[in-house]
Structures are given as structure tokens and as C-alpha cells.
Design a binder for this molecule. Structure first.
Ligand code: ADP
Ligand code: MG
Length: 214
């Protein structure tokens, strides 16, 4: 299973489309337990990330992710801008100069992103943040060296999102609501699901074989 620079670019573009389509829904989720800016912020950031990619000139996966992270960091704002920015910058750092990678490299890059989100936001598992979906996703990808089973991936995410919904927020704006945050989706976990779902769709379409990494 391989992952290429073209697929990295395709991922950011597809994630952007999904976020634009769900901008209002993300806004509604954030209105319920936050300040209602999550959809607008992310839509702006990902649109800018695609504009930057369209300028071209990037020929490795690390550069694609790094540029995307820098754009998200500067354009998204709120709590999620620095967190998503850090996630992509960490993935970019892990894949610097790499044009084509093995699945295990992608898994390591996602692990680095999870670590970055944790360091930046200081959330613990169970605090009802995006980290509560990033961590199980990293685990899922680690177990996928022979390809992605889309159904298993989607079942896993559905279960995790339902679990996160029932948690009480202990970080970020939603924590101000105390136990009234229980029973609502976490906006950042849902937007993370869009990212992961578009990535897994691309990975499953490629149907690549295992191969030598170098
Ligand atoms: P803000 O809360 O500043 O308005 P956004 O609405 O853009 O920012 O993003 C809210 C999302 O950010 C939450 O749903 C949650 O997933 C995520 N988040 C907030 N604080 C943290 C944190 N400390 N660690 C990880 N994720 C966080
Ligand atoms: Mg918000």
C-alpha cells in the first residue's frame, strides 16, 4: 500500500469539498456547545489551503502537508486553527522530502499529528475534543498495512463519534457548559471525521499493493 504526493493533494481538495458541503452543519454543532464559528473558520482555512496548493510548486508529501498546516494555522483561528495547523505541520515534518510512502510511514505521521494536537491543546483522552477521534483513528491506520477496509473504518468512526457525544467536555469552550455538553456532538471530532473519511476513501480507491518503501 503506497501513498503519493498526488494523493496527498487530492486528499486536501476532497476534504475541502466535504467541509464546504457541511459548513452549516458544523456551525450548528458549534452553536449548540460553542460559539458557532467552527464551520465558517474551517471552510475559510481549507479553501485557502486549496488555493495555495493550486499555485503549485510542491513536489513532496511533506511540503503539501506543511503548507496546508501553515495555512490552517494562519486562516482558521479559534481553538481548532492552531490544533489542525499543528497536526498538518507535524505530518509534514514526518514526511519531509518524501514523494511516495508506505502505509507505515503514513501511520507514523498520523501518530506525530496526534502527539502535536495533545501537546498543543493539553487535552486528555475523554475530554470530548477532536483528540478523542484522532487517537482511535491513528490506531486504526496502524493496523491497515494491507489496505483500508472502508466499512470497518466507518463503523469504527460511527461508534467513536457516538461515544464522544456522550462525554462531558473538559477542554475548550464546550467545557463551560459542564454536563450540558453531554449528548451533543463535538464539532472538532465531526470535522476530523470528514478529514479521515476523505483520506480513507482515497486510500481504498488506490488499491495499492504492499511494496518496498525505499
Ligand atoms: P473555538 O472553540 O475557539 O471557537 P472552534 O470552534 O474552531 O474553536 O473549534 C472547536 C473544537 O476544537 C472543539 O469541538 C474541539 O474538538 C476542539 N478543541 C478545543 N479545545 C481543544 C483542546 N484543548 N484540545 C483538542 N481539541 C480542542
Ligand atoms: Mg467555535
Amino acid at each position: 500500500m503506497r501513498f503519493t504526493t498526488e494523493q496527498a493533494v487530492a486528499w486536501i481538495k476532497r476534504a475541502n469539498e466535504r467541509i464546504q458541503e457541511n459548513r452549516e452543519y458544523l456551525t450548528e454543532l458549534d452553536q449548540a456547545i460553542g460559539d458557532g464559528d467552527h464551520g465558517i473558520n474551517l471552510a475559510r482555512g481549507f479553501r485557502e489551503a486549496v488555493t495555495a496548493l493550486d499555485r503549485g510548486g510542491l513536489d513532496d508529501i511533506g511540503a503539501v502537508f506543511n503548507q496546508t498546516g501553515m495555512t490552517l494555522l494562519s486562516k482558521v483561528g479559534g481553538a481548532s486553527g492552531p490544533l489542525y495547523g499543528t497536526a498538518f505541520i507535524k505530518m509534514g515534518g514526518a514526511l519531509k522530502g518524501r514523494r511516495e510512502i508506505a502505509f507505515s510511514d503514513l501511520a507514523q505521521a498520523i501518530d506525530a499529528a496526534v502527539e502535536g494536537i495533545g501537546m498543543r491543546g493539553k487535552a486528555q483522552p475523554g475530554d470530548k475534543t477532536m483528540l478523542d477521534l484522532w487517537e482511535p483513528f491513528a490506531g486504526f491506520i496502524r493496523g491497515c498495512e494491507h489496505g483500508v477496509d472502508l466499512k470497518a473504518f466507518r463503523d469504527m468512526c460511527e461508534n467513536e463519534l457516538e461515544r464522544i457525544k456522550q462525554l462531558q467536555a473538559r477542554r475548550g469552550r464546550a467545557s463551560f457548559l459542564g454536563n450540558r455538553s453531554i449528548g451533543h456532538h463535538d464539532p472538532g471530532a465531526v470535522s476530523s471525521w470528514y478529514l479521515f473519511d476523505t483520506l480513507c476513501a482515497i486510500l481504498s480507491e488506490s488499491g495499492g499493493h504492499d511494496g518496498d518503501d525505499h
